[in-house]
Design a protein around this ligand. Structure first.
Ligand code: ADP
Ligand code: MG
Length: 248
């Protein structure tokens, strides 16, 4: 534990909460599948950033978490990778049937952000598929401007990870085009912006669709009071991972 704290201190990681998992200093510590490691390497991603060092094991442990780290610190991978790995784990136990899913749901405040996040998930799914050694992990983009026809194939075959803006997601849930019956992982990206934009009620409405115990994650660059209040109401015994800029 002393060693773990030294690693955190060195990387300006402040972790608060009960039973915090040890930070990783390499993606291999997390048993990340080889095809994903190779894909990350090819993108120049060799070592986890501080938010990933503590955020990935925390998210993967199943605990609720609040991840605070500055823009450009690699938050996207910190929540997408655990969503993909949780999907793989679930798929290994009970293969998806038609029309099922998602296991993981990532909500973003803008279409653009949702699209970029979705592309990261697709790329990891593609790497797994091309290896021929892992089951296919399918992601779905749920934003305005995407037609039902574009989504039909993935919807029919079962969705593992859905990346969405709140409005379109609620529309799809209400119309029964997507269901959260299997969903266990809910992540809000740019939670500060989501709350500022008035999406809080939408997020609560999305949460009401969940049937299983839910793991909830909030990621943000800042932690204003309203995020603390939202977390206090919506998260259970969370771990706070806060990464400061070196020297800040
Ligand atoms: P944030 O959401 O925290 O603002 P992003 O997730 O958008 O940051 O990541 C910013 C950039 O850093 C992206 O181009 C991403 O590919 C890159 N990146 C993410 N993780 C790593 C890493 N471990 N090593 C190097 N680059 C990374
Ligand atoms: Mg981001």
């Amino acid at each position: 534990e002393v060693q773990h704290q030294e690693v955190r201190d060195k990387h300006h990681i402040i972790a608060e909460g009960e039973d915090i998992p040890p930070p990783i200093d390499n993606f291999t510590d997390m048993k990340v599948p080889k095809p994903i490691l190779d894909y990350l390497q090819a993108k120049g991603i060799k070592r986890p950033t501080p938010i990933q060092m503590q955020g990935i094991p925390t998210a993967f442990s199943g605990r609720d978490m609040i991840g605070i780290a500055f823009t450009g610190s690699g938050k996207t991978l910190a929540f997408c990778l655990p969503a993909i790995m949780a999907s793989l784990e679930m798929e290994a136990r009970v293969p998806f049937a038609r029309g099922e899913g998602p296991v993981g749901l990532i909500i973003c405040p803008s279409r653009e952000l949702a699209r970029q996040t979705y592309e990261q998930c697709v790329a990891m799914g593609q790497a797994l598929k091309e290896s021929g050694q892992y089951p296919e992990i399918r992601s779905l983009l749920c934003i305005g401007g995407i037609s039902m026809a574009d989504q039909a194939d993935v919807l029919n075959r079962g969705v593992h990870v859905a990346v969405a803006t709140p409005g379109r997601l609620i529309d799809m849930l209400d119309k029964g085009r997507l269901n959260a019956n299997n969903c266990r992982y809910l992540c809000m990206d740019e939670a500060d912006r989501m709350i500022d934009m008035g999406f809080e009620e939408d997020v609560r409405s999305i949460m009401s669709h969940f049937k299983h115990q839910r793991q909830t994650l909030l990621f943000s660059a800042t932690m204003p009071r309203k995020i603390q209040d939202f977390a206090a109401q919506s998260l259970i015994n969370p771990i706070l991972v806060n990464v400061g800029r070196a020297g800040a």
